[in-house]
Design a protein around this ligand. Structure first.
Ligand code: HEM
Length: 79
């Protein structure tokens, strides 16, 4: 999977460089490790992670394969 291409769908809310905090979110993705990002995205997908606005991310993560999540986490950790 191509992490940069996958991240295009996330930019509007998280910012091209990951520093934007989406409305209702508490944290930016910029500065987080690939391991943490992978854990969080997997958690949105299986319902075990999230805050008040988790429904938004559950919809996003539902379409991501484990390989997509790994590629995204790797890409975002370098932003
Ligand atoms: C939270 C990634 C698309 C809005 C998060 C978090 C990650 C993430 C890793 C957790 C941040 C943290 O708590 O440390 C992504 C990826 C996306 C994507 C990889 C594309 C595949 C979007 C889009 C929106 C959005 C399009 C807006 C429509 C939010 C919100 C939260 C969040 C509101 C906080 C949810 C909560 O309450 O748990 N995202 N995001 N994200 N994202 Fe995204």
């Amino acid at each position: 999977s191509d992490g940069a291409a996958l991240y295009n769908k996330c930019k509007a809310c998280h910012g091209a460089d990951g520093s934007k905090v989406p409305a209702g979110a508490k944290t930016a993705v910029k500065g987080q490790s690939a391991a943490d990002l992978e854990k969080k995205l997997t958690g949105y997908k299986d319902g075990s992670f999230g805050g008040e606005k988790k429904a938004t991310m559950q919809r996003m993560a539902a379409n991501l394969s484990p390989e997509d999540i790994k590629a995204l986490a790797q890409y975002m950790s370098g932003l």
